[in-house]
Design a protein. Structure first.
Length: 369
């Protein structure tokens, strides 16, 4: 006997190599069974008709900003995460040592979404509001904000929810001085090594070469915004993956899409990006999730558009390409290809550990003018 049955959906779970049409039986907060005709075992409550729709485990989004009202890029966690199928969200450095206690109390502790966080090396967290004024000062332009002792102290105090250290190395955040950038990276490495957790590096448009950044990264560290298309990106001028990137992947460094609404370029066709990455073993990181800027459209822009944030009708009505079989999806496919197969994508999403079950219906946004 089940409390709820989600019936007849296409169940996709890469962790189990599962891609099949079946039912999902739920008892209390747990997924109790996956199989055919579970209705025969009885149901106390609702039977959700998922025929023709997708049923997936709850998504884990490796790169979000959910310190709404404080961090310039922040959105509300539950609206944009669990409300869209993301049951676990990693906040990527919205808060630093001075602002993290508030983030814990007013976001992490009260959200239905499970929120964990990368602590920003800057004690003030994310500060530069470039949407308001282009001359805004970045949170790490003054090295005094990169307080190693305070970062270690707070990371240890909140070790149950802090999963690593985040730095943004773009010149708009740290300035144009290469040695200053290297010092920020050195301090981040020092904190991460002390607490035994990874570094996430926001790269692209940096004052130092990508190879210099990768040389300081170790197994488990994360390079984010890999498809930004700025200087010092993961692809060389010929559109091939840089040797240093391949070497980093081989030693266990992870690469995250970190899409958002301005960190993805279409100056190269999507299949070319994908083919290049498919030749790099294990270049797969976060599952899909929340869009930091809600105006993002689902349809794929053509190669002529520079970023996903483009709102022209030509972009928003472009036809997406066919998707490969689910067994061929990289873990980050859904994030790098948000045109995933769903015109009315039902997701009876549940955490992979079976601790919760939520259902939602998500409809494709209409094309924008």
């Amino acid at each position: 006997m089940f409390d709820v049955i989600v019936r007849g959906g296409r169940i996709i779970d890469p962790s189990q190599d599962l891609d099949t049409v079946a039912d999902v039986g739920i008892r209390g907060p747990r997924i109790a069974a996956i199989g055919a005709d579970l209705i025969k075992q009885g149901v106390r409550g609702e039977v959700v008709d998922a025929c023709g729709l997708l049923v997936t485990p709850g998504w884990i989004d490796l790169h979000t900003h959910v310190y709404w009202g404080v961090a310039p890029l922040g959105v509300e966690a539950d609206t944009h995460c669990v409300g869209r199928g993301v049951t676990t969200a990693v906040d990527a450095g919205s808060a630093g040592a001075s602002t993290f206690p508030g983030f814990k109390r007013y976001v992490i502790d009260v959200s239905a979404t499970r929120v964990v966080a990368m602590l920003n090396l800057s004690t003030i967290g994310m500060a530069a509001d470039h949407g308001a004024r282009p001359e805004a000062i970045g949170e790490l332009e003054d090295i005094r904000w990169a307080a190693v002792d305070r970062a270690i102290e707070v990371a240890r105090a909140y070790a149950d929810v802090i999963t690593g250290i985040k730095i943004r190395l773009s010149t708009s955040i740290v300035g144009q001085d290469a040695e200053h950038s290297r010092e920020v990276l050195r301090r981040a490495r020092q904190v991460a090594d002390t607490i035994g957790k990874p570094v996430m590096v926001h790269q692209g448009g940096t004052a130092i070469p990508l190879d210099d950044i990768l040389a300081r990264l170790v197994r488990g560290d994360i390079v984010t915004h890999v498809y930004h298309g700025l200087a010092e990106g993961v692809l060389d001028e010929a559109g091939k993956v840089r040797p240093g990137v391949r070497a980093a992947v081989d030693r266990g460094v992870n690469f995250d899409v970190g899409h958002g609404a301005g960190s993805f370029t279409w100056r190269l066709p999507a299949p070319r990006w994908h083919r290049a990455w498919r030749r790099v073993p294990s270049a797969r990181t976060s599952t899909s999730g929340t869009w930091p800027v809600p105006s993002t459209t689902w349809q794929r822009p053509p190669a002529s558009c520079s970023t996903w944030a483009c709102r022209c009708q030509k972009c928003c009505t472009a036809s997406p390409p066919p998707l490969p079989p689910a067994s061929d999806w990289p873990v980050n496919w859904a994030r790098s290809h948000p045109e995933r197969p769903a015109t009315s994508a039902y997701s009876a999403s549940f955490r992979a550990n079976g601790h919760s079950a939520t259902a939602r219906e998500q409809k494709r946004p209409a094309a924008r003018d």
